[in-house]
Design a protein around this ligand. Structure first.
Ligand code: UD1
Ligand code: UDP
Length: 365
């Protein structure tokens, strides 16, 4: 194996969307790299579909890590990734986002003295009950190179004394959606398949443990969605589907539950929805990118720029009434502000990785 090869560690659905624009830039740069898939997400519609649709190169390594608690999942990924890194002299590890695969990758790199770069660094919800907040803080503090998607994220890193390792890259999800929407308009027929009219339905997703693992809270949210006048397309994450069944919750007749959707179908649905109701991090931001108002079923967000623009309303207490009120609230969002870069985050990140870790490897003789 090339001594200068960089290893990208990915494992969960949002990681796949975020690595796609980086891979595009990597291909143009000719920089040697490999992908390790941890196996955190494994269903076809949570994993393979993204590699196929977004032309992400097949992972060179599949760790198939299992584990149904945070420690087991993180530990299992670490054990397998450590063995891989001991067998191959990687120049650096790149971890993305805030999932357990992110933290596991950063810990393995730091302990083996392999430089670690963190894409989507500096986000803070200031809520340490979220597993992602622990993953973000720990990953940022043990990584060597930090790519901030927004000025707010960069300021968070500065406040924590990490500015010497940090730079503003812009957001890779913005890069992806600029390309993705054009691809989706050519390739997706999801509106016709689901018999939907543009602006004739709401789009919803739910997967945060505090919304879906508690039966009473989940019933309250489903009740709120059931009271909406228009159809709701609920693209169900496996955690939601399992809990609807476990708690015996029956959604109202206006709610159409689907499997998780492919990225191209999903972003086309985002663009054409009346509003989006979600507890996802990435979807709040995509709603802002495509100009569809968002209602976020969370007490706080890492993406405060979307709230400041009037494009995203947080529902702190997720009671049915509060959800209906937030969805009915009419505001005129300001979409002209562009806080997440100019659509070249992938190139900026690859340029920085190349300068830092691989400058000799990419020189032509
Ligand atoms: C994880 C991330 C979360 C991210 C979300 C994106 C952590 C701590 N959480 O949450 O930050 O927002 O992914 O979707 O890393 N399952 C399947 N099939 C799959 C994947 C999962 O059935 O392909 C089921 C499994 O029973 C699993 C459960 O969903 O136990 C939860 O999966 P897990 O990766 O632990 O957490 P997510 O809720 O997906
Ligand atoms: N997504 C998708 N299909 C779906 C739901 C989401 O392709 O059915 C995409 C969505 O467009 C976004 C990403 O998955 O790019 C967000 O991932 P998720 O909500 O699972 O995680 P989070 O962003 O909350 O970490």
């Amino acid at each position: 194996m090339d001594k200068k090869c960089i290893l990208f560690v990915v494992g969960a659905r949002p990681n796949f969307v975020k690595i796609a624009p980086i891979c595009r830039a990597l291909q143009e740069s000719g920089m040697p790299y490999k992908i390790a898939h941890t196996g955190q997400h494994y269903d076809r519609m949570m994993s393979d579909i993204f590699f196929e649709e977004l032309a992400i190169p097949a992972p060179g390594f599949h760790l198939r890590a299992e584990g149904n608690t945070h420690a087991r999942q993180t530990g299992e990924i670490m054990k397998k990734l450590e063995a891989l890194c001991l067998a191959h002299p990687f120049a650096a590890l790149v971890v993305i986002g805030d999932v357990n695969s992110t933290l596991a990758g950063a810990l393995v790199g730091a302990k083996l003295h392999i430089p670690v770069a963190h894409v989507e660094s500096g986000l803070r919800s200031f809520n340490r009950c979220m597993p992602e907040e622990i993953n973000r803080i720990a990953t940022d503090h043990i990584s060597d190179l930090l790519f901030a998607p927004s000025r707010t994220a960069l300021a968070n890193l500065q406040r924590e004394g990490l500015e010497s390792k940090a730079c503003f890259s812009g957001d890779v999800m913005y890069d992806m959606i600029l390309k993705g929407l054009k691809m989706a308009e050519r390739r997706s027929s999801i509106l016709a398949e689901l018999r939907l009219q543009p602006r004739g339905y709401y789009l919803a997703t739910l997967h945060r443990p505090y919304n879906v693992d508690d039966g009473r809270q989940l019933s309250e949210i489903i009740e709120g969605l059931s009271r909406l006048k228009e159809k709701v397309i609920l693209a169900a994450h496996p955690r939601l589907r399992k809990n609807l069944k476990r708690f015996g919750i029956v959604p109202g007749s206006n709610i159409q539950i689907s499997e998780p959707l492919g990225y191209l179908d999903f972003i086309l649905l985002e663009k054409n929805a009346i509003k989006i109701v979600t507890d996802s991090g990435g979807i709040q931001k995509e709603a802002f990118f495509v100009g569809t108002p968002c209602v976020t079923l969370r007490p706080e967000t890492e993406w405060m720029e979307t709230v400041a623009a009037g494009a995203n309303i947080l529902v702190k207490c997720r009671a049915a009434d509060a959800i209906v009120r937030a969805v009915s609230c009419e505001r005129v969002p300001l979409y002209s502000h562009r806080p997440y870069g100019d659509g070249r985050a992938g190139e900026i990140i690859v340029g920085a990785l190349q300068a830092r870790f691989c400058c000799r490897a990419i020189q032509t003789p």
